[in-house]
Design a protein around this ligand. Structure first.
Ligand code: ATP
Ligand code: MG
Length: 262
């Protein structure tokens, strides 16, 4: 039977979303994926952003790939054929390159364009314990596909003045997708990123987010930590390259919280 949005599927599928750029989506997706893999889970990381930062972040080169998410979404490859292993045991990647930018116009003319990724991932669901989708900074058709395929949205929020701006629109979009396409979708966690405990602004954003989201706000904020931004340059998640840095330790705590809430 065809299952919408992971219906009947015990495999958690989490989409990391926020239409704002540079808030820590990819950093969160890559590090959470690596930590879950380290924990012994078989993890598939889906790079749904034409920038391909998650692909680079786990050390997969963009040249010489047999297929990418672009071919999968445009029906010229199946997802199984595009998935590649990474240097991290148990962590697999469905990679993307700039080609993926061409998928948006290609999908727009298709019937059921919101569910193409969901459908493409169906045959893979039984092969993994966890699927994480890194979404691009927009509310376009790629993000909608990510949310239609997911049972949980993970929303990173950067602790800055405009953190909550645009959130209403994102929550509305999630609600619409839940009503019209994917009844299983829920906001699983809102994660504060680039948190600076000494800054009044960070504290204000934290208070506001906790008041609004209650338990959905992750207990552990991710601190601003330069190691987190250095690791991608080595093609490694920070939790692998610098496992003891503050940022990695915070992601490890967050991962435990995620495991307990799934
Ligand atoms: P985009 O919207 O472009 O996809 P994004 O939301 O995926 O961006 P990231 O790429 O994860 O955001 O992060 C943006 C930049 O901030 C990157 O250079 C990243 O290395 C850095 N960064 C992310 N989280 C932290 C942090 N906690 N401390 C310091 N730097 C961080
Ligand atoms: Mg990103």
């Amino acid at each position: 039977m065809y299952r919408v949005g992971g219906y009947n599927s015990p495999v958690p599928v989490w989409a990391v979303v926020n239409q704002k750029g540079g808030v820590g989506k990819t950093t969160t997706a890559v590090n959470l994926a690596a930590l879950l893999a380290r924990k012994g889970k078989r993890v598939l990381l889906v790079d749904a952003d034409p920038q391909g930062n998650a692909t680079t972040g786990v050390g997969v080169g963009k040249t010489g790939l047999k297929a990418t998410l672009y071919e999968v979404l445009t029906d010229s490859a199946c997802a199984q054929d595009a998935v590649v292993p990474t240097a991290i045991e148990n962590l697999y990647l469905l990679p993307s390159t700039l080609d993926l930018a061409g998928a948006e116009p290609a999908l727009l003319g298709q019937v059921g364009r919101e569910s193409v990724l969901d459908e493409a991932l169906q045959p893979l669901r039984d092969d993994y314990d966890w699927i994480l989708i890194d979404a691009p900074p927009s509310l376009g058709v790629l993000t909608i596909n990510a949310l239609a395929a997911a049972d949980a949205a993970l929303i990173p929020l950067q602790c800055e003045f405009y953190a909550l701006e645009g959130l209403t629109q994102l929550l509305k979009t999630i609600e619409l997708i839940r009503r019209r396409i994917n009844p299983r979708l829920r906001v699983a966690k809102v994660l504060l990123t680039m948190f600076d405990s000494r800054s009044r602004l960070s504290q204000q954003v934290e208070t506001e987010v906790r008041n609004f989201f209650g338990e959905t706000a992750a207990k552990t904020p991710i601190p601003r930590n330069v190691r987190l931004s250095e690791a991608p340059g080595f093609g490694q998640p920070a939790v692998v390259r610098y496992p003891k840095c503050k940022g990695s330790l915070a992601y490890a705590e967050f991962m435990e919280e995620v495991l307990n809430s799934a």
